[in-house]
Design a protein around this ligand. Structure first.
Ligand SMILES: [Zn+2]
Length: 289
């Protein structure tokens, strides 16, 4: 299929109490694993490109990174017959506009560094552009921290307040809203809990489908509860990378003479397909394509 805007599936997930999985890709093998896993589970899926992946993929140029990922995403989507969306995560205004022009079918503007009024203005403006192009628009209120190895204090996280979420959604007409419920980006162990009472309170005021960032660091029980309470898109990055790197490490450790990258990237890709399939079944999206 060509790249799809999977908002209709996200809305269905929201109504029926499951979620669509969004997996981060930093390499071609990760992208392939995402669509192959989705195909095997007959599930709609989102390939997610983080703002920080662009610089890596584009060898220092975010624009080049966007071009690479747009091209790869189109090929990956056309290789399967389940709906695949290509999403740009945590992007600035210029990157959002570039991604839309390049054929991404979903974008997230991250204006958490802006004062609320300015965040609303910019999001609203980008929303109009996205909607005119048939692209799904995500934005975040509150902050899911990106500690990048640094220490963080879980008590200092700016969790989403129900009132702010309501104001933001009404003022911007975004399609999906990322909420901060206590998760953190980039954690390797599922040690965190979600503030599910806060999620319930947000749901009482907001009918827009909600997004969980940083799910790799959250215990499964809370993710499952959160999905029932309105989290209709679940982002998965670290868990996928962990499987990839683990498999590569194992192959290299077993053969110190190995030089052919296909011999370790192939097993890395295969290990990721299994994680993609397991997470798709876990969020309830299997068979929903
Ligand atoms: Zn995120």
């Amino acid at each position: 299929m060509t790249l799809q805007n999977v908002l209709p599936w996200i809305k269905q997930a929201h109504r029926e109490g499951f979620a669509i999985a969004a997996f981060n890709a930093n390499t071609m093998e990760q992208m392939q694993a995402i669509v192959l896993g989705a195909q095997a589970e007959n599930a709609p899926v989102i390939i997610q490109i983080s703002h920080r992946a662009l610089k890596y993929v584009g060898s220092g140029s975010e624009t080049r990174g966007l071009q690479y990922m747009a091209a790869l995403g189109k090929v990956a989507a056309s290789s399967v017959d389940v709906p695949v969306s290509l999403h740009l995560d945590h992007a600035n205004e210029q990157e959002v506009l570039q991604a839309i022009a390049l054929g991404f079918t979903s974008v997230m503007f991250d204006g958490d560094y802006l004062p609320l009024a300015e965040n609303i203005d910019t999001t609203k403006r980008l929303c109009a552009v996205a909607h005119a192009a048939g692209v799904c628009m995500e934005a975040e209120i509150g902050e899911v921290p990106k500690p990048d190895g640094a220490a963080f204090n879980p008590h200092e996280i700016a969790l989403t307040t129900p009132h702010e979420a309501e104001t933001f959604v009404q003022a911007t007409s975004i399609d999906i809203l990322a909420v901060a419920l206590g998760s953190v980006h980039g954690l390797k162990d599922k040690s965190l809990s979600l503030d599910l009472e806060r999620l319930k309170a947000i749901r009482e005021r907001v009918t827009t489908p909600l997004v969980l960032h940083g799910s790799s660091g959250v215990n499964n029980e809370d993710i499952a509860q959160g999905i029932k309470l309105g989290l209709a898109k679940v982002n998965i990055a670290t868990q996928l990378s962990k499987a990839f790197t683990g498999a590569v490490r194992e192959v290299l450790a077993a053969d110190g003479e190995l030089v052919d990258p296909r011999k370790y990237l192939g097993p890395g890709r295969a290990a990721q397909v299994e994680v993609v399939r397991e997470r798709i079944r876990f969020v309830g999206a299997a068979g929903k394509a």
